[in-house]
Design a protein around this ligand. Structure first.
Ligand SMILES: [Zn+2]
Length: 274
């Protein structure tokens, strides 16, 4: 099979119109291809506020955004032939810079063109659901939540580290990521926290020191994540502020779920696979 010269097989070419860049569907994409994924797309659990997010309506504002878009395109076109490092994508960047947009767009693209089964989960919501399904009688987690999360083709975990991660959550997340890694199933993750090594975090100037991803999720999880994920930094100007400033859809400016307190009682650890 020959690879399209225009788009290199990604199905998109990056074009400039009216001074802004975006990914335009290449003519080599089969007509109507995107519609075939509808049932799969509906099953992806993409929240309404991200429904509009596609690769074609991500407009890179900086060179880094463009690189992020290109990496996402190549990840999608390469699926399911992924490298070890490409068994996931780790989008990092502050609020509103478009990382969830790109993550959702990748999920949509894979559902539409590669027929993958995918699931979007707000990380904290997923932990609550798993915990809710925990059966204190048998000390096991009912598998109706956990099994699909491990077995789905592509899992999107949004907003990792936004809330305090308990030991139980840490163990559960490690179990999910490790199981998926061993089964070679990609996981797409977004986080507001910058990813640096534990060493770099320690060495950061304490006066300006921020919290890093490793501070939020610990060294073991961070190692696993960086081994399996292609890192995609999406920093820079806040997309949502720009949208609001431009008087566009103010709904896009909401920051998602309302704050709720992290579970306080020590969760009992589920016995997995028993
Ligand atoms: Zn093409």
């Amino acid at each position: 099979m020959s690879v399209c010269e225009r788009c290199g097989g990604t199905g998109f070419e990056i074009v400039t119109r009216d001074g802004r860049e975006y990914a335009q569907a290449c003519g080599c994409r089969r007509a109507g291809q995107e519609r075939h994924g509808d049932a799969l797309l509906d099953a992806c659990r993409i929240p309404a506020r991200y429904e509009h997010c596609t690769l074609g309506d991500f407009f890179p504002q900086t060179a880094q955004h463009r690189a992020a878009l290109e990496k996402t395109l190549y990840f999608c076109s390469g699926y399911p032939n992924l490298t070890e490092e490409g068994l996931g994508l780790l989008f990092t960047g502050s609020n509103g810079v478009g990382k969830t947009h790109l993550a959702v767009a990748a999920l949509r693209e894979l559902a539409a063109t590669k027929r993958v089964r995918g699931q979007f989960w707000d990380f904290h919501e997923l932990m609550r659901e798993i915990k809710r399904s925990f059966d204190p009688e048998t000390k096991t987690t009912e598998m109706q939540v956990l099994d699909p999360v491990v077995e789905i083709d592509v899992l999107l975990l949004d907003d990792l580290g936004a809330w305090k991660i308990t030991d139980w959550m840490n163990d559960t997340l490690f179990y999910i990521l490790n199981s998926r890694y061993l089964a070679r199933r990609p996981t797409i993750i977004t986080t507001n926290f910058q990813d640096v090594s534990a060493q770099e975090a320690v060495e950061a100037d304490r006066l300006v020191r921020r919290e890093y991803l490793v501070d939020r999720i610990g060294q073991r999880l961070r190692s696993r994540l960086t081994e399996m994920c292609l890192k995609i930094p999406v920093d820079g100007e806040d997309f949502r502020e720009r949208r609001q400033a431009a008087g566009r859809n103010a709904v896009l400016g909401t920051s998602g779920h309302a704050p709720d307190p992290a579970p306080t009682e020590p969760p009992r650890r589920p016995r997995f696979g028993g």
